[in-house]
Design a protein around this ligand. Sequence first.
Ligand code: FCB
Length: 501
Amino acid sequence: MRLTRRKFIDSALSASAISALPIAFSSCSEPSRAGTAAPPHSLAPQFESPTDFAFPKGFFWGATTSSYQIEGAWNEDGKGESIWDRFTHTPGKIKNGDTGDVACDSYHRWPDDLALLRAVNLNSYRFSLSWPRIQPIGSGAQNVTGIDYYSRLVDALLEARIRPFVTLYHWDLPQALEDAGGWPLRDTASRFADYVQLAARALGDRVSDWTLFNEPNAFVDLGYLEGTHAPGRKSLLDFLRAAHVVNLAQGAGFRALKSVQPNARVGTTFWMSPCEPASDSAEDKLAAERAHAIVNTWFLDPALRGRYPDALAFFPEGAVGIRSGDMEKVRAPLDFIGINVYMRTIASAPTALERFTNTQQWLFPVKMRGGEVGPKTDMGWEVWPKALYDVIMRITRDYNRPVIEITESGCAYNDGLDASGEIHDGRRISYHQQYISAMARAMAEGADIRSYHAWSLMDNFEWAEGYGQRFGLTYVDFKTQQRTIKDSGRWFAKVAAQNRL
Ligand code: FCB
């Protein structure tokens, strides 16, 4: 339930809208982002963090990408169709009709991308495996050519002394599994565990750091409830079931991976956002805690504590599809917690009338929106470095100082090439400088952080936004596929080389 990824609507939806819609549980809607003017950057007020900080030896400076967003080659060399292939090929789903058919063409140009990683002095590369590239229909036979692709990439990374940090699922489910029922179907958890084993057998001799899922809350919410991401379903029941099956898959995937590679470091990457009450009232404070439970810990507490956190006014066990023994199966003692942070969330309690007229708020009595004080990126997301600090400190406190990897942080600014062919993206430098500094403060206060990964190594296919939003440290000309390192990439390279802010 990715409540803050997209622009919020205050979800005081009318009763008629609610009965017409599958319940808009998450209160999110796609913003219109085109040409959003970004106000000049200023440091977020009232937050002090170090301007000079030496990071511990062995700290990982990295960048992240994902298979569907960069690879292209959607139907080459035996790759199966994914839900994102199907979704982008369906008219009207993606801005400008963009697809990931070619994307950054990394399937063919990965040596260029490796050169970028080296140029930015990175020692960690978080990338994802395309499940249908290595197991075309999500079960049964593997595709050796697909495995070879990742195998060569891993070898080259190791040779360049860059840690391969592999995400097993960054949203591109084999379409055949969606046709069979997708994530709401319990069997998908077993399919996932089999696939994880296959991947670990193929790469586990060289890859030691894995994340099972990228942002379970996001793909379950956007894909099964809001319908703005693949597979485009809009059903509260599917959403509730999918969330539980993903929790089962997390437990099963964890055990599957450890059965092949007992010493592997295995975590999940969660989209997190600190949830602040809109006022000091007891109602808003309770709403903020409920928001925290649904946004940040719905997929973490099952893994670490064997239970769902208190987010809902009542727990619809039957609808969720919980069977006896499940809350043992969802357990997964993750070796680290991967955290992606972009922004904060402001939560408030609905009025009694709103609750009575809105089924969503009956079950989940919370209204959420993004912050409005900091400058906005071109995506319309508030720049709020303290969000990173707050999330890290909350997780550090509540889970007994776990190992944390910052697996994504980044911003969309659509600066292009100037007359001399350079990209002066000072706002992105400012963003990373402030977020890294916020992370440094958390480390100084005791948080155990091992890495910071920029989203993204290069501009790429930004899901429903198509190619309209650029997050890269590197500019990609999608016509020629030429890559040009931006000013921010050069700045990042210095920080990484000096291991110091
Ligand atoms: C993250 C996703 C990533 C990208 C960035 C902008 O939540 O994991 O794929 O879309 O947002």
